[in-house]
Design a protein around this ligand. Structure first.
Ligand SMILES: C[S@@+](CC[C@H](N)C(=O)[O-])C[C@H]1O[C@@H](n2cnc3c(N)ncnc32)[C@H](O)[C@@H]1O
Ligand SMILES: [Zn+2]
Length: 539
């Protein structure tokens, strides 16, 4: 039955679509549908829900439109292919998007209603085609109906296939996509192998995972390992960043099999899911860095201190005729003893996961520019939040995996929680850098070792802490009572405790000025009962 409806929909020439402001096409009885407007699309939903739609994911879709535009401006195909210069040209409307033909082929492999695909067709320049695919006949029917209702049926091609079958078939026939968007129920894992092959060289992959109980929860380390090839930071507050690193690792390790390098452009932990934007480029040379960009993490089950162990080392030396010779070798380790040097607790092992930078500055700056100069609140309802999240991501320390909250550290030491700026000033005075993180409020990323973190926090309370009043079995007692031991054992080239000061400095200034910006930093619950949303009953 759906096929005949579909053929009817596809078979009728140019529609009198609602988007073009004319009357409803005669084949549709709008009474049967609810109409939802988002971005520059209007989507018809059958009154009885048969196809997946989650309004809370508007942020995901608004952000994705902005990120594809940024990718197009910076690395998009016609101008990129012409040479290494990434100069952008001003267009008549004042934007700096690349001029050029409609070249971009996008695959939305798991499309449901077609809303996202139609938004891409309506809101992005340079679209040649958006293939909107779904396994479910009712979804494909909805995509075709909505493409026609929006007048985008020339650009949006509804397709019914298993996503993997579609991607492998298209790749086999030499038809790759510049942009591949994977927005599945739960994990993305089953689609990654086909997707990294299906994306054009230098193309963009957009990936959602909503299975955060696995990627960031406490209950399923074995499932996390099976799906992502690594274990998350079970029971650790930085588990949302490890979720991002596990997803990037999955993408990078899969792409590496095909000599492709994955460069993270923007990786965000959002509400109940993660969204990762990466550029995939064929580069056997860059793939060689994967080993030394991959790490395992020892995190103390008692006090939460963290030690990262990278799996490889890269060293460079100058050879004959001044040529640089790069050597790839195995790592030395482990970086910790059997027991935590601070509290004597046992370590838990997380990873392997990606340990490099999660964002690209140039890319985020372009996202922010587009968001402020080219988008308006009326179309991009989540614009303020994009500004807030991207600004936080832009200001994150790039080479400092994970974060800690003064809240958690103080609760271990049984101290009053000091303000973030005080902790940042202390670490700054010892010569370390700090930043906020988009992944958790009131937390700090830092390149300081944990000796410096415990030392600084232990000195935050003006009157000091009389640890003898603590229970001797607690990690706090052990850390504070052994402070002379672990301070003496710290590496010689680390900090000088005499330098510690809580006077405002550059690090506390950075944190304060970011906190004073009028931006939406962290989202409150967007709606009542928000979350990943279950599949519709009939699917
Ligand atoms: C979370 S929904 C997609 C939501 C959509 N991207 C949006 O922004 O509204 C996931 C969709 O994937 C489809 N799906 C699940 N497994 C699939 C497969 N193997 N191949 C193609 N589609 C699949 C489901 O039918 C469902 O419509
Ligand atoms: Zn410990």
């Amino acid at each position: 039955m759906w096929k005949s409806v579909l053929q009817k929909l596809i078979g009728r020439g140019v529609p009198e679509a609602a988007a073009s402001g004319s009357a409803t096409p005669e084949y549709l009885n709008v009474e049967d549908f609810n109409v939802v407007e988002e971005g520059k699309a209007q989507i018809l939903f059958p009154k009885r829900e048969t196809v997946f739609y989650n309004p809370v994911q508007q942020f995901n879709r608004d952000l994705s439109v902005t990120c594809i535009k940024a990718w197009d401006n910076l690395y998009g195909f016609p101008q990129h292919r012409q040479g290494p210069s990434r100069k952008r040209r001003k267009t008549a409307d004042g934007s700096t998007r690349a001029t050029g033909e409609r070249y971009m082929r996008i695959l939305e492999a798991l499309s449901a209603t077609g809303l996202r695909a139609i938004r891409y067709a309506n809101e992005l320049p340079h679209i040649q085609k958006v293939v909107a695919n779904d396994l479910l006949p009712a979804a494909v029917e909805s995509i075709a109906r909505n493409a026609r209702y929006n007048g985008t049926q020339q650009l949006v091609q509804a397709n019914e296939d298993d996503a993997n079958v579609l991607m492998h078939r298209e790749t086999a026939q030499g038809r790759k996509f510049h942009v591949v968007d994977l927005d599945p129920y739960g994990t993305v894992t089953p689609f990654v192998d086909a997707a990294v092959q299906s994306v054009e060289d230098g193309g963009l992959m957009l990936v959602t995972c909503t299975d955060l109980s696995v990627l960031a929860g406490n209950g399923y380390p074995e499932k996390c390992f099976a799906l992502y090839g690594g274990v998350n930071m079970v029971s650790h507050e930085a588990t949302h960043e490890s979720a991002l690193r596990l997803v990037v690792q999955l993408l990078a390790a899969t792409a590496a099999k095909y000599k492709k390098n994955v460069e993270p452009l923007l990786c965000l932990s959002i509400d109940f899911y993660v969204r990762v934007f990466v550029r995939v480029t064929t580069s056997p040379l860059a793939v060689k860095n994967l080993q030394s960009n991959t790490m395992v993490t020892y995190h103390c089950s008692q006090c939460g201190s963290v030690h990262n162990q990278f799996l490889g080392r890269i060293s460079e030396r100058e050879g004959k005729k001044g040529k640089t010779i790069v050597k790839y070798s195995v790592a030395q380790g482990p970086p910790v003893d059997r027991r935590c040097q601070f509290c004597g607790g046992a370590f838990h092992l997380a990873g392997p996961m990606y340990g490099g930078p999660l964002h690209n500055r140039e890319f985020i700056e372009e996202v922010l520019r587009i968001n402020s100069e080219e988008h308006t609140d009326s179309t991009y309802k989540t614009r303020k939040r994009i500004e807030g999240m991207a600004t936080l991501a832009l200001n994150e320390l790039p080479q400092a995996p994970f974060y800690f909250s003064p809240n958690m550290v103080s609760s271990v030491l049984k101290l009053q929680v000091p303000p973030l700026k005080t902790v940042a000033a202390g670490l700054g005075s010892l010569g370390y850098n700090c930043s906020l993180t988009h992944a958790q409020p009131s937390s700090l990323k830092t390149d300081a070792p944990w000796e410096a973190i415990w030392y600084t926090l232990s000195k935050c309370a003006p009157e000091g802490r009389d640890f003898t009043k603590l229970n001797e079995r607690t990690p706090g007692y052990k850390i504070l009572s052994r402070i002379d031991q672990w301070m003496a054992a710290r590496p010689e080239d680390s900090f000088d405790p005499e330098q510690l000061s809580f006077e405002p400095n550059e690090q506390s200034g950075k944190i304060e000025s970011l906190r004073k910006l009028k931006i939406v930093r962290y989202q409150e619950n967007p709606t009542k009962n928000w979350g990943p949303k279950a599949r519709p009953q009939s699917s």
